[in-house]
Design a protein around this ligand. Structure first.
Ligand SMILES: Nc1ncnc2c1ncn2[C@@H]1O[C@H](COP(=O)(O)OP(=O)(O)OP(=O)(O)O)[C@@H](O)[C@H]1O
Ligand SMILES: [Mg+2]
Length: 211
């Protein structure tokens, strides 16, 4: 990685994500410190894979970055905005506008068709309804799932569900794409078809990239 401290004076700050000493502790007996003072910076155009054994805190870290969870302590700047103190509504809008996310367990709505699930990505964003179905169908084509658009998610294989979730993440026009084990269920050909894991390891545990 380039040495970011070498950035010249007057050059714009290209940080998309800046975490400073972020901790997340889950209460209980005993409490679990899933994240301990994590500091991390991701610039525009960066592609990053996070790897670690089960239970090492990858999903808790992604949940914080995607604004679904708040750290117990520390600072998280998204495009220069301090997010830890923002009210829930502002965090939801920021997420809808800026972030696409593929969950480890997909989170597809069972009572909606595949294409409707993909369309939901735009509901909290800025784009209008016009052309939404066409954009969703194009995203499904992009991951090789156009022929399953009308299916219910529970009729899809694990790999197909994963691709539907990837299509949904691609749709929102997000500047930041976060993926929690996005390609674990895909064969190597479809791993390449899903335009996520093109660099780095072919099966990253977690990754994010700014397109
Ligand atoms: N919502 C939660 N409530 C309470 N504790 C949690 C929660 N999420 C995570 N933890 C704790 O944090 C630890 C690390 O989280 P997690 O197991 O999700 O990490 P991971 O690296 O994503 O693992 P995996 O590779 O299995 O997905 C867990 O073992 C658990 O103890
Ligand atoms: Mg996980």
């Amino acid at each position: 990685m380039p040495d970011r401290r070498a950035r010249g004076r007057g050059e714009p700050d290209r940080a998309v994500i800046e975490l400073t000493r972020v901790s997340r502790e889950f209460p209980g007996q005993p409490p679990v410190r899933a994240l301990r003072e994590v500091s991390l910076r991701v610039d525009q155009g960066d592609y990053l894979a996070i790897v670690g054994p089960p239970g090492s805190g990858k999903s808790p870290l992604l949940n914080v970055v995607v604004l679904l969870d708040r750290p117990t302590s520390g600072s998280y700047l998204l495009n220069g905005v301090e997010t830890t103190t923002l009210p829930d509504g502002a965090r939801t809008r920021l997420r809808g506008d800026r972030i696409g996310f593929v969950f480890q367990s997909f989170h597809l709505l069972s009572h909606r068709s595949v294409v409707e699930n993909v369309m939901l990505a735009e509901v909290y964003g800025r784009r209008g309804r016009k052309g939404r179905r066409e954009r969703a169908l194009a995203a499904l084509e992009r991951v090789g799932l156009g022929h399953r658009a009308g299916f219910a998610p529970n009729r899809l294989s694990g790999g197909e569900r994963q691709r539907a979730a990837i299509a949904r993440a691609l749709l929102g026009g997000a500047s930041l794409l976060l993926c929690d084990e996005p390609t674990g269920n895909l064969d190597s050909r479809n791993t390449e078809a899903a335009p996520l894991a093109r660099r780095g390891t072919s099966r990253p545990s977690s990754c994010w990239s700014r397109r």
